[in-house]
Ligand binder design. Structure first.
Ligand code: 3HC
Length: 314
């Protein structure tokens, strides 16, 4: 078959809702888009541990500390799981991590904001993991088997992350006036960056044409964003917290919450590297990479010794 016939057969398979598995022929750009999205997703999970890790030693109770530790451990696993999914596309994990360490690779804009108070840990679980779940349950229906299946397992753990975050912030909002103010302050700072993290508007999204034609994403950024907003506004109301958007209003006809203008200038500034914590996050990852060198070296020598033993025994 020539390329045109292969591409037609591939598109027919996508359009019929079948999964594409590793080692199957795919258009080069299908592979490139997946490596781009999956690697950024994996980097997001790893970098996302940093703002939360900042509060492990300062959690207000043993229970909150244990829950936070479990969540951060999950995120590390998600990152390793997603690097494995990327490797099914023929890319080396080391190459992807180098791209992160050298500042070439993107990771989610949301992790370039600081965690200033304990309430931020609740806001991250509730809003960031909440937005991630809405996005990831959509990606779980995507066409590439290894990635869509990774989403199924990750979403189960994200649901725990989302509930623990909402519970944390809800409890604070029912507490003393100072605690409620802390919860409201966290919502004020994390609401709009959580809206932005779901990607540019459909009109400005330069990859969505391809990623949706090939059902890597089965719904658009704006559709996922609207679902996140509709799900989250009532939760804020139930907690007695106010969404920081004077233009927020419920449209009885459409059944959706309508929000004010999104500040895309801030979003593009952050993804260009000028967010509040971009430099700090990159430095932390570079230091961790350097400090972990001896572990990788020891593992390599051990593997070589084991392989030499096997060869000798054979
Ligand atoms: N942060 C950083 N970069 C972003 C971004 C964000 N929130 N949203 C978009 N961009 C970048 C894109 O990577 C693209 O740049 P590139 O072409 O150089 O890669 C550019 O902005 C244009 O955006 P597009 O709309 O064309 O990009 P996408 O179609 O990829 O849409 C996305 C963006 C919705 C984030 C999509 O990439 C996606 O669904 N990715 C997989 C999920 C993911 O990465 N989630 C990270 C969230 S954090 C997380 O899950 C951790 C959990 O524990 C909370």
């Amino acid at each position: 078959m020539d390329i045109a016939e292969k591409e037609k057969q591939f598109q027919d398979k996508i359009d019929s809702g079948q999964k594409i598995e590793a080692k199957e022929w795919v258009p080069e750009n299908y592979r490139k888009q997946l490596i781009r999205m999956i690697s950024q997703h994996a980097h997001s999970e790893i970098v996302g541990m940093l703002p939360e890790g900042n509060w492990i030693t300062r959690a207000p109770s043993l229970r909150r500390k244990a829950v936070l530790l479990a969540k951060i451990q999950d995120e590390a696993g998600h990152g390793l799981y997603l690097y494995s999914a990327a490797e099914t596309l023929g890319v080396e994990r080391g190459e992807l991590i180098d791209q992160l360490i050298t500042g070439k690779a993107k990771y989610s804009s949301i992790f370039n904001y600081p965690t200033l108070t304990w309430a931020d840990i609740g806001a991250i679980g509730w809003l960031v993991d909440g937005a991630a779940i809405v996005n990831q349950t959509m990606l779980a229906r995507g066409s590439y088997g290894p990635y869509s299946r990774a989403m199924v397992r990750i979403c189960k753990e994200e649901s725990f992350h989302n509930r623990q975050g909402y519970e944390l912030l809800y409890d604070l909002a029912q507490g003393t006036p100072e605690q409620k103010a802390m919860a409201q302050d966290a919502l004020n700072r994390w609401w709009w960056p959580s809206i932005q993290m779901l990607g540019p508007s459909d009109a400005d999204s330069k990859n969505s044409g391809e990623t949706m034609r090939w059902r890597i994403k089965v719904e658009s950024n704006d559709t996922v964003r609207q679902r996140f907003i509709d799900r989250t506004v009532p939760q804020a109301e139930a907690a007695g917290l106010t969404i920081p958007d004077p233009d927020l209003k419920f449209n009885e006809e459409t059944g959706h919450w309508e929000i004010g203008e999104i500040d895309w200038t801030e979003f593009y500034q952050v993804i260009k590297g000028y967010g509040p914590c971009n430099k700090k996050r990159l430095r932390a990852r570079q230091e961790a990479e350097h400090e972990g060198e001896w572990v990788r070296e020891a593992a390599k020598v051990y593997a070589e010794k084991q392989a030499a033993k096997k060869t000798k025994a054979a």
